[in-house]
Every structure is written in structure tokens, then in C-alpha cells.
Design a protein around this ligand. Structure first.
Ligand code: CDT
Length: 308
């Protein structure tokens, strides 16, 4: 059996005033728990090291830069890499990346069990807006602070499996899963920071938000016969609630582990990679059943064009 014991390290809130060191201390505690439960891969959320800073409008680039990491590992995260290496646990987490060329991305990395970074993914689907929006209950300025990812949706071979990554809003787009599905992906790991209410429609509350998140991940898993692990940063960040709902979804689209709290919480599952084989060889055997002659609009057109 090709098994990866996956841990989803849901994190409670990071306040604006929290230092990277304080956050990493909590990540280390989750790593200790993951070791006790036999994990070989531990997944943390999007922007794990900081608060979800795109809710704050900033004009001073020097201030914006304080939320970004210009190298990884760095002084604050070195203890996490060191302990992951000691335990032989691969890790994946999200952070705001500033490149040496001065580009800014919403990034997630994947290591092997020796803590070498073997994969990097940069968020493709950036939600929100780039200028201050007076119509919203709160801001979501990802389009202001990040560029769309430039690495596509690669898949890496590690721990005898094919593993891909996505970040938050990416999980709502079927293209995300399908591009990795076409590379044979067996496990997709993703982190998210999702506000508990819709900033543009206050009556859309927590229940709907949790439902849409689950719907997106379970359908992506089923339609591509892959494991999906979604990990939240959640709880109240400086008065702004983020939803929880971290889960591990099997290749048939069933939730096999689910977080129960809105704080630091580890959920785990021994994921059999071979569970994806049946779906990939039958109903979702892309080679036999896909009809690409009818899919051209998906890559030639971005928005909706209605007939006259
Ligand atoms: N972080 C992130 O991508 N959050 C979005 C919120 C969308 S509302 C502008 C999400 O899809 O969960």
C-alpha cells in the first residue's frame, strides 16, 4: 500500500501584533502532535506566519513589506524546518513571498521528509480588489499586494505519490484540480483564510461559507479521483472572524476527517494513495472519456459571452 499519513494543522488566529516567533512556536507544537500521531506530511494554512494582512489597506510599501518573507527558510522558520527534519515529517505551509527581483506572491511550499523544499506554488486565483472599497464591510486586498502566480499548477513526485498544491480561493475553481488531475495528481494540499461572512452580502454567513468550501473540495476530489486536504487559519483575527472547517477528503469525495474547533487543532488520516486508482481508471479515465474538441472556450475566453 502507498500510504501517506497526512496531518492537517489547522491554526487559530494570528493577531497583527503576534511575532513570527510566537506563531512558529504554535506550529512546532502542532508538529510535535503530528509526530505523536505518526504523520509523514503536515499541512499548515495559507499565510500561516502572519495575520491575514490583505484585510488592511496600506499605501506605504515599506509597511507592506513587513508582512513578506524574502527568504525561506529564514531565521524565524528555521526551527520549524529543523524539527521537521528531526522527525522525518514533510511540511507544507503558506506565506507571503517577496522575490529577489521584487515580485510579490501568495505562496505555499512543500518539503520532503528531510526538510528540503521540493515544491513551490504561487496562488493563481487572487480574489478581492486592489483599491479601497467603501461598499464592503471589510477589505480583501489580495489584488493590491500580490501578483497572480506564475508557476502554474505543478505536481511533484514525493513519498511514492504525486502531490500538488493550491491556495485558498484556488479551491473554488475546477480548473485548479483538473490541471493537476491531468498530471495524475493523487494528493492536493491547500491552505485557506476565509472570512466567516461575505463582505459584500452580510446575510451569507458561516453555514453557507462552510458548505461552499466543502462542496468545492469534495467535488474537486471526486472529479479527479484525488485526495484533497484543506487547512484553515481561523478564529478571530483582530475582530475579523475567519471560518474553520479544515478537512481531509478521499478520492471518492467523502470527508474522512474534519476539524471541530476554531483554534489550533490537528486532524490526521492515513491516506492510501491507491484509493485514487479506481476512479482514474474508470469513470474519470481522462484519456478515454474527455472531449477536448469541446473545451476550447475554457482556455480561449476568460469571462462570459452570451449569445445575442
Ligand atoms: N484567502 C482567500 O482566498 N479567501 C477567499 C475569500 C474570498 S472573498 C473575497 C476564499 O475564497 O476563501
Amino acid at each position: 500500500m502507498r500510504e501517506i499519513v497526512v496531518g492537517a494543522a489547522q491554526m487559530g488566529p494570528n493577531q497583527k501584533s503576534d511575532t513570527r516567533e510566537a506563531v512558529v512556536a504554535r506550529m512546532l507544537s502542532l508538529l510535535d502532535q503530528a509526530r505523536d500521531r505518526g504523520c509523514t506530511l503536515l499541512v499548515y494554512p495559507e499565510l500561516a506566519l502572519t495575520t491575514f494582512f490583505p484585510r488592511w489597506y496600506m499605501e506605504d510599501q515599506a509597511e507592506v513589506d513587513t508582512w513578506f518573507e524574502s527568504e525561506m527558510p529564514n531565521a524565524a522558520t528555521a526551527p520549524l524546518f529543523q524539527r521537521a527534519r528531526d522527525y522525518g515529517i514533510a511540511i507544507s505551509f503558506g506565506y507571503a513571498e517577496k522575490t529577489p527581483e521584487g515580485q510579490y506572491f501568495n505562496t505555499q511550499i512543500l518539503t520532503d521528509r528531510e526538510a528540503n523544499i521540493i515544491g513551490k506554488y504561487r496562488k493563481v486565483h487572487l480574489p478581492g480588489h486592489s483599491e479601497y472599497d467603501t461598499e464592503r464591510a471589510f477589505q480583501h486586498l489580495e489584488k493590491r499586494y500580490f501578483e497572480p502566480g506564475d508557476l502554474g499548477f505543478p505536481v511533484w513526485r514525493t513519498q511514492d505519490a504525486l502531490v500538488g498544491m493550491a491556495v485558498c480561493n484556488d479551491r473554488r475553481w475546477p480548473e485548479t484540480y483538473r490541471v493537476m488531475g491531468l498530471q495524475g495528481v493523487e494528493l492536493i494540499v491547500l491552505g485557506y483564510n476565509t472570512p466567516s461572512v461575505n463582505s459584500q452580502m452580510s446575510k451569507e454567513g458561516l453555514a453557507e461559507r462552510l458548505y461552499h468550501s466543502e462542496l468545492s473540495m469534495t467535488s474537486g476530489a471526486y472529479q479527479n479521483a484525488t485526495w484533497v486536504v484543506g487547512v484553515a487559519k481561523c478564529g478571530d483575527e483582530d475582530g475579523h472572524p475567519l471560518m474553520a472547517g479544515s478537512m481531509i477528503v478521499d478520492p471518492n469525495g467523502f470527508v474522512v476527517a474534519r476539524a471541530e474547533t476554531e483554534g489550533d487543532e490537528l486532524i490526521t488520516h492515513a491516506c492510501d494513495m491507491d484509493l485514487s486508482v479506481f476512479g482514474k481508471e474508470t469513470i474519470f479515465d481522462f484519456d478515454r472519456h474527455r472531449r477536448i474538441e469541446h473545451y476550447g472556450l475554457i482556455t480561449s475566453q476568460t469571462g462570459v459571452v452570451r449569445p445575442e
